[in-house]
Design a protein around this ligand. Structure first.
Ligand SMILES: Cc1cc2nc3c(=O)[nH]c(=O)nc-3n(C[C@H](O)[C@H](O)[C@H](O)COP(=O)(O)OP(=O)(O)OC[C@H]3O[C@@H](n4cnc5c(N)ncnc54)[C@H](O)[C@@H]3O)c2cc1C
Length: 358
């Protein structure tokens, strides 16, 4: 659905060629046509000669020097040997994903702050967000039986946010988008029917009618009550405290979900689709696989964990640039924003290092 972050011209100097229509996006794209970490950014970083990948290192904590008010490096556990090791650095970019970055901050500098590094505002671990999801719509499309799909370009349609824009006023804040696709039902639909001979074979070689289906992604508001904390009574295989989540969608999101179902049926009906229906199944925080929040950025160290450059207020040589930094979840897929924030913070960090400020 909508996976179109493809280069349109081959870039041999980057070891990437344009889309080969092989439907390999899901594996990270061996051709480098579709953007992914494996096909684009990791090879570029390796080329600099400055990247060391350590997939077996579990970062246990950031080492905090309370006199310098800086982090001096990280302590890791080797996941195979169980041995610990310390790596020193001038700066740390923490990108363990929204929930794990919060975990790591909470498990660091606990001799200084009970709730860990970055907790002085009382906001660390709070304001967990996601996109509420697990609902959508479907409908049948008459005709077009002479048409079929060719090639394997794995993309569909996107309906951007329209609720609460301009004159559209709702009884909830913010909005939602839809991602979907149209397809013909599969060739095997008659396989369990009684039949024999040419008519059975002909029936199995024809695709079925067209239908359209879509899923909605709604914005979740930041709410201090939605939080993750460390549970020191339950340890993982490496003896580390596990993360506990206490977060749920509330009235605003529940009202929005009702509107999402009504709107998609109305939209499908109004463009002449048949038998439009909406569906919904249980959503829990995290099921939208777009976790955000936990270390919000802001202007005031009393109300945020990070400053506007993604630096932890309590340790400015630590940058958190993943979904943890988000103060709002919008309703669009978030990862490109994390990448943009990371590029911006990296640029700032380099300049600050050159100026001797870090
Ligand atoms: C099935 C699926 C589909 C998705 N589709 C989209 C989409 O279409 N568009 C979109 O924008 N987003 C999408 N997302 C969300 C997207 O994958 C995430 O937003 C993005 O990967 C977050 O990037 P990140 O670098 O913060 O975290 P991650 O990609 O999760 O990377 C974090 C890394 O840190 C490592 N790590 C964590 N803790 C530690 C530790 N203590 N020590 C050492 N390493 C650690 C992890 O092993 C991992 O390698 C999807 C997610 C899923 C699951």
């Amino acid at each position: 659905m909508g996976r179109t972050a493809h280069i349109t011209e081959s870039r041999p100097e980057q070891g990437r060629v344009k889309c080969q229509h092989r439907d390999k996006c899901w594996t990270g794209c061996p051709f480098g046509g579709y953007f992914s970490t494996q096909s684009a950014t990791l090879p570029a970083a390796l080329k600099t000669g400055n990247l060391t990948l350590r997939p077996l290192s579990i970062v246990k904590e950031l080492i905090y020097d309370k006199d310098k008010k800086r982090v001096t490096g990280v302590e890791i556990i080797d996941s195979e040997t169980g041995l610990t090791e310390v790596f020193h650095s001038k700066i740390v970019f923490l990108n363990a994903s929204a929930l794990n970055s919060a975990w790591l901050l909470m498990n660091s500098a606990r001799d200084v702050w009970d709730n860990g590094l970055g907790s002085s505002s009382g906001e660390l671990g709070h304001n967990v967000m996601d996109h509420h999801y697990m609902l959508g719509g479907m409908a049948e499309i008459d005709g077009h039986l002479d048409k079929y799909v060719y090639g394997r370009r794995p993309t569909g349609f996107y309906i951007p946010r329209f609720a609460n824009w301009g004159n559209d006023k709702r009884d909830f804040l913010r909005g939602f988008g839809f991602q979907g696709n149209a397809s013909r039902s599969d060739f095997s639909r008659n396989a369990d029917q009684l039949g024999i001979g040419a008519s059975l074979k002909d029936g199995l070689s024809e695709p079925g009618p067209w239908s359209v289906s879509t899923v909605g992604f709604g914005e979740i508001l930041p709410d201090h009550r939605n939080k993750v904390t460390l549970n020191h009574d339950v340890k993982d295989a490496w003896g580390l405290p596990v993360l506990e989540m206490d977060a749920k969608i509330r009235n605003n999101e529940l009202k929005m979900r009702k509107a999402m179902k009504e709107d998609i049926v109305e939209m499908f009906d109004s463009i002449g689709l048949k038998n439009a229906t909406a569906w919904e199944s249980t959503y829990h925080m995290g099921k939208g696989i777009h976790e955000m929040g936990t270390a919000r950025m802001g202007r005031d160290p009393k109300t945020s964990v990070l400053n506007k450059h993604n630096q932890v207020w309590d340790a400015p040589n630590v940058f958190v640039t993943d979904g943890a930094c988000m103060t709002s979840s919008s309703c669009v897929n978030p990862s490109l924003t994390y990448m943009a924030l990371t590029a911006r913070a990296a640029d700032f960090a380099v300049e600050e290092l050159k100026r001797g400020n870090l």
